[in-house]
Design a protein around this ligand. Structure first.
Ligand code: SF4
Ligand code: SF4
Ligand code: SF4
Ligand code: FES
Length: 946
């Protein structure tokens, strides 16, 4: 579509029970009480000139450009700060108002460079527009007086510049940073003529607390804050609305383009997940899509020690098909399988699992979601009946008490974190349960009421102790439990939870959290109004991940906190399409919509549609595939968009499994680590190069639109189809919408979903006859499974124990600027914020070991060792160390163990007993790895050049 700026109503939308009617320039309008006159005018298409107002932030009333007259009132009030009143008659344009506005504009322009024609904002500048709108033709004061025209530009941020010469000190940026992002990095410093925008302590953007979310850039009405990509390439000309491919928030963006070149990604105000906000990754870190490391040609090799050889698509696909057929003929149908990706679209994921079930003829399909949120699926389906979170993101606006457990939203789900922080600034209470003092515990204008810094591995004990307090202190919502829950299951659970071993006093000994804090937090959650639980991988990636999910579901049910706004149990999903990849039937035992293979009615439905018979026996999970490979019974694998060598636990075992296979096919954007063991490499396509859908953490189906042709020649779904066809199937999808139609046909929770509908409006599943417009809040009135279920959640300490050799507990997490194993973000300027993974260690533990800040340290566990540099901080408690896992040369997974969740095999990444000691630099394997990677790259380049 042509580039049309989002409509700016000047002030934020309000909701109010009472509506107010008034007349503006002779036209009637009715709006909610409290709405500004400016917004009311804009609702009927009357644009009042403005500069300091912007509808993402509260009005400030500083520029005096938006003055209006109100019949019977003296003066000329600012329409942005004056609320509507019943029956008033407003005039927005007349000679007097025009004169005042021209005078105001004249003052602004007299201290502004007159370089419009060469300015990067030319044609898309509100100051320029307003000068035109108020009819300013000349500036009477001249430009010789004192001005800011020589002020120095700040280009320290890698993605945008700040040019104070162009600043009109409207403070839109400052308010955006405070109100939208919640970082408070900017202030207006100085007074009068000297007043200016200051980042941090006036130290420049890069040195300040700025997290590069871009909200200020978007808010700026001039070229003062401007994307470097626009400065370099000029203003975009058209735009396409699509969905961010990074995290599970699923922000909507307008890809603003010039020809087929992306100029910038601008968060879309109508996006239901983000309402026009963004974080540094989605907003700026899209350069990886055109990075020189991207592989664009298929490659094959006989042995993994051979150099790669670039080949045609026909040859590569032919190789895959013939190898897979050969392996099946020699070793049986079950000797091959596939892995779907949580980064690819639903349609692509659905096709991979279809390939495995309908073409390979087995159920050896699994997904990387196994290693993050599989306990969510299982835990919530056993208790509530659905494998997904209960709320939409907007629901947080009604939360009174928020529990954040095992999640770090400001780093991993930043746009949702900004919404949450806004609610917290409005007065909602906060309980943080995390071994580490995450930013939410204390950040500008936010302080958690309780931080319960439990030892890694004790979540179940903590959740049980919270429930124990609520039950034994008679704080349950007994009426809710009576009406909504399975009373037999509840009675059994209640008898269990009342036992003294679940009391805060008992668990304090192993959680390390004082009993009175646990009790006080439980009381707050149970009695503080709407209680919402948000959690992440710090819950799921444990040997009892599923148990904790169930325990949180119990907490919500006993307090009546499911089935209404402001409440619920909400997994914050890591990757963009983790929810979707699970929904699409990526697990070996389930078809799409979480229906077990053993259900013959469901199976027959697929069999009829696909014209095949399906194996009713569940296939192998990823760890079992690797075990079977080592044993010799599993010989080939198709891995789409996943780097299991980096993301799966026990790297040595993954490597051994891959090395034992005869045909490893890797399809990805980059020659990833897993590709070191591949025989065929199929280049993948980015989210900008395909149509499809992603499903975010709130079950929202967001549209992904192709903004450019695939640089590699094919979208990922087309590559899967090529393999199916080469293996003898007549798949003939010509567009992913046909795949979505098939998903809808075969999946009751998606029955009402189509591309056409999702393109108009993102919907939250279930979308079907019972919920034609989707389901923002689940389990309203009744649970999907009928009565809410309770299960015994006994705390069983992990087998991974500390001792004299490994006295510290390692836990891991993400940092804002990086994403997962860093394949994308490490190929962007985001590296300025995080060049390497570091080990956070408490000052006492560091001192005991003679470690200083920045020293290289050796991190050893029972599984392996790695070296990285230390960061001494009291964010972690004594006895706990922490690192991120974004850099392959650190490979935190080398030291994680192979313990996993009892129900789902989700690896226990969050608890590893370790020892830390000073070291001289990288470990031996890291040096070898570096050399090997360089060698791999060199071989590719040499072969390609030939
Ligand atoms: S940088 Fe832009 S938004 Fe901020 S005060 Fe200056 S002109 Fe206004
Ligand atoms: S980019 Fe975001 S965090 Fe940084 S100053 Fe602007 S609004 Fe604040
Ligand atoms: S919060 Fe997540 S979805 Fe939104 S822009 Fe950032 S990475 Fe993308
Ligand atoms: S827009 Fe109303 S005072 Fe600036």
């Amino acid at each position: 579509m042509p580039l049309v700026p989002d409509t700016d109503y000047g002030t934020p939308a309000l909701t109010a029970e009472k509506m107010v009617s008034l007349t503006i320039d002779g036209f009637s309008v009715t709006v909610p009480e409290g709405t500004s006159i400016m917004r009311a005018a804009m609702e009927i298409g009357i644009k009042v000139p403005k500069l300091c107002a912007y509808d993402m932030v509260d009005a400030f009333g500083s520029c005096r450009l938006c003055l209006v007259e109100i019949e019977g009132r003296a003066g000329t009030p600012a329409s942005c700060t004056t609320p509507v009143a019943e029956g008033i008659k407003v005039t927005t344009q007349n000679q007097r108002l025009g004169r005042i506005r021209r005078n105001v504009m004249e003052l602004y322009i007299s201290d502004h460079p007159l370089d419009c024609l060469t300015c990067s904002a030319n044609g898309n500048c509100e100051l320029q527009d307003m000068a035109g709108a108020v009819g300013l033709r000349e500036v009477r004061y001249g430009y010789a007086g004192e001005n800011h025209l020589d002020a120095e530009k700040d280009a320290s941020n890698p993605y945008f510049t700040f040019d104070p010469a162009k600043c009109i000190v409207c403070s839109r940026c400052v308010r955006a940073c405070e109100e939208v992002q919640g970082t408070f990095a900017l202030t207006i410093d100085g007074r009068g003529f000297a007043s200016h925008v200051a980042a941090g302590m006036d130290e420049g953007f890069l040195g300040s607390e700025c997290v590069s979310c871009g909200a200020c850039v978007q808010a700026c009405p001039t070229a003062t804050l401007m994307e470097k990509s626009v400065i370099d390439a000029g203003q975009p000309e058209h735009s396409v609305v699509t969905t961010c491919a990074y995290c599970g928030v699923g922000c909507s963006f307008k890809a603003e383009m010039k020809g087929d070149q992306v100029i910038r990604m601008v968060p879309w105000k109508d996006g239901k997940a983000n309402h026009g906000h963004s974080c540094v990754k989605g907003r700026f870190a899209w350069g990886y899509t055109q990075h020189r490391d991207r592989m664009l040609k298929p490659m094959v090799r006989e042995r993994i020690t051979d150099p790669w050889r670039e080949v045609s698509w026909e040859e590569a696909i032919g190789r895959v098909a013939s190898e897979f057929r050969r392996i099946q003929a020699q070793h049986g149908k079950g000797a091959i399988g596939g892995i779907t990706s949580s980064r690819c679209t639903n349609e692509e994921t659905f096709l991979v699992q279809k390939l495995v079930r309908a073409v390979f003829g087995n159920n050896n399909v699994d997904t990387c979601a196994r290693v993050c949120h599989s306990p969510t699926g299982y835990g919530l389906s056993r208790t509530f009946g659905t494998s997904a979170g209960t709320q939409d993101f907007d629901s947080v606006e009604d939360a009174d008490v928020i529990i954040v457990i095992g999640a770090n939203p400001t780093d991993a789900h930043p746009v949702f974190a900004s919404r949450m922080k806004k609610r917290l600034r409005q007065g909602a209470k906060l309980i943080v349960i995390d071994p580490r003092r995450i930013d939410l515990v204390r950040s500008p204008h936010i302080e958690a009421d309780f931080h319960l810094p439990l030892l890694p591995g004790t979540n179940v004990a903590m959740v049980n102790a919270l429930a124990h307090t609520i039950v034994t202190e008679a704080l349950t919502d007994a009426a809710y439990v009576r009406e909504r829950c399975d009373l037999d299951a509840y009675a059994a659970w209640e008898a269990f939870i009342r036992q003294p071993e679940n009391s805060p006093e008992t668990v304090a000994a192993y959680t390390g959290v004082p009993a009175e804090n646990i009790r006080a937090a439980a009381r707050l959650y149970a009695t503080g109004g709407n209680g919402a639980i948000y959690y992440g991988l710090g819950v799921t990636e444990h040997s009892q991940g599923t148990t904790t999910v169930m325990g949180m579901a119990h907490l919500a049910m006993i307090t009546g906190n499911v089935g209404k706004r402001g409440a619920g149990v909400n997994p914050l999903r890591g990757q963009n399409n983790v929810q979707g990849s699970c929904d699409m039937g990526s697990f070996p035992h389930e078809l799409s919509g979480y229906r077990h293979l053993s259900d013959s009615t469901t199976r027959e439905m697929f069999e009829r549609d696909w014209g095949v018979s399906l194996d009713p026996e569940p296939g192998l999970r990823i760890p079992n595939m690797l075990d079977a490979a080592v044993d010799g019974s599993y010989r080939g694998i198709y891995i789409q968009g996943e780097d299991i060598l980096q993301s799966d636990p026990d790297t040595h075992h993954v490597a051994a499994g891959l090395a034992a296979m005869e045909c490893v096919v890797v399809q990805d954007l980059f020659l990833n680590e897993t590709a070191r063991y591949a025989h065929v490499f199929l280049p993948g396509s980015t989210f900008l190069e395909k149509d499809g859908t992603f499903i975010n953490a709130e079950r929202r189906i967001g549209i992904v639109r192709k903004v450019m042709q695939p640089k590699n020649g094919y979208a990922d779904w087309e590559i899967t189809q090529l393999i199916a066809r080469a293996m003898g199937k007549d798949w003939d999808y010509t567009h992913p919408s046909q795949i979505m139609d098939e998903i809808a046909r075969l999946t009751p929770t998606f029955a009402g979903v189509s591309f056409e509908r999702v393109a108009k409006e993102s919907l939250q599943w279930p979308v079907n006859d019972k919920a034609p417009d989707g389901t923002p809040i689940m389990h309203v009135g009744t649970f999907v499974r009928g009565k809410g279920n309770f299960l015994i959640t006994e705390y069983v300490p992990t087998d991974e124990k500390t001792g004299p050799r490994y006295p510290l507990l390692l836990t891991t997490g993400r940092i804002l600027s990086q994403y997962n194993v860093g394949a994308q973000t490490r190929r962007t300027a985001n590296t300025v914020w995080h060049e390497e993974d570091r080990l956070e260690i408490h000052p006492h533990d560091a001192e005991d070991r003679g470690i200083r800040d920045g020293d290289w340290v050796l991190l050893r566990s029972r599984a392996g060792e790695t070296s990285l540099r230390a960061k001494i901080t009291d964010r972690v408690a004594p006895g706990v160390v922490y690192t991120t896992f974004h850099h392959p040369d650190t490979q935190a997974n080398v030291i994680t163990t192979d313990y996993s969740d009892w129900a789902t095999n989700c690896p226990e990444y969050k608890v590893t007993a370790v020892q830390v000691s000073p070291s001289n630099g990288p470990s031996k394997w890291q040096e070898e790895y570096e050399a090997l990677s360089r060698e791999t790259r060199r071989v590719v380049q040499v072969e390609a050049a030939e």
